[in-house]
Design a protein around this ligand. Structure first.
Ligand SMILES: [Zn+2]
Ligand SMILES: [Zn+2]
Length: 263
């Protein structure tokens, strides 16, 4: 499996992706908002884009669809429940569906509600798995739920699906928010030395060559995976004095999500 992470340089800080089969050169584009860069990259690599997957319906993820379809004739795939919101979908994806790219690449669709209620992530069926996470999770952070999502669903997606993937899973999110997210982690957990050193590494990095995290690393530096940390809970109590003495993980997640909204 060949992966190109395409940094769009836009204000929303979107990442687009091309995933290609090394044998056939067939490629799948994920959320190709910057269709010019996606088409140019495919051309440069000698790849043919035959499919588009939208992780969800927000405009900064679907806005390049038509131009890519016009240029390549690619089929458009997205969550089956998003067909009212995404024009001209060809295929509706359900949990467990396998998307094949060329001869060698298989991507499993995960049904990951929370940021929106019709959101898919793609999980590669490779020795080292890769998760194309859209706006469900970011490097060091979690998607917001303000545009059609529900934080309780996002909590379930994090704990019941993402956290159970192998620690070696590489995380490819829909946006470059890592530096700001690490600052939130450090606001919540000032003693997190790993987050501190990572922040120094990524501040000023060339986003065209962005660092790719693993789920194992995320569990150390992403507050939304650190729900049983006493440091996180104690600090949360400063903001929410009536937090129970031993809060359950869902309560901690929801309070963190609430704080992050206004942070
Ligand atoms: Zn979104
Ligand atoms: Zn987005």
């Amino acid at each position: 499996m060949l992966v190109e992470q395409i940094w769009t340089e836009n204000d929303y800080r979107n990442f687009n992706y091309l995933i290609a089969c090394p044998e056939t050169g067939e490629a799948l584009a994920i959320d190709p908002l910057d269709y010019k860069r996606c088409l140019a990259t495919a051309k440069e690599k000698g790849w043919e884009i035959t499919q588009i997957v939208n992780t969800h319906h927000h405009h900064d993820h679907i806005g390049g669809n038509q131009d890519v379809v016009d240029a390549t004739g690619a089929k458009l795939l997205a969550h089956a429940g998003a067909s009212d919101q995404i024009p001209n979908m060809d295929v509706g994806l359900k949990a467990g569906d396998i998307v094949k790219v060329g001869k060698t690449v298989e991507l499993e669709a995960l049904d990951t509600p929370g940021h929106t209620m019709s959101h898919v992530c793609l999980l590669s069926q490779t020795d080292t798995p890769a998760l194309f996470a859209g706006d469900t999770m970011f490097n060091a952070g979690a998607g917001h739920c303000k545009s059609g999502g529900h934080p309780e669903s996002l909590y379930s997606t994090f704990t019941q699906q993402i956290a159970k993937l192998p620690d070696s899973t590489q995380i490819y999110p829909g946006h470059d928010y890592i530096a700001n997210n690490l600052k939130f982690t450090l606001d919540r957990e000032p003693g997190n030395a790993k987050a501190q050193s990572l922040l120094a590494d990524v501040e000023g990095q060339d986003t065209h060559q962005a660092m790719v995290t693993t789920l194992g690393l995320e569990k150390e530096i992403n507050t939304f995976f650190r729900l049983d940390s006493t440091g996180v809970i104690d600090k949360l109590r400063e903001a929410f004095p009536d937090l129970p003495s031993d809060p359950d993980e869902q309560t901690v997640f929801l309070k963190l999500r609430e704080l992050r909204n206004d942070w």
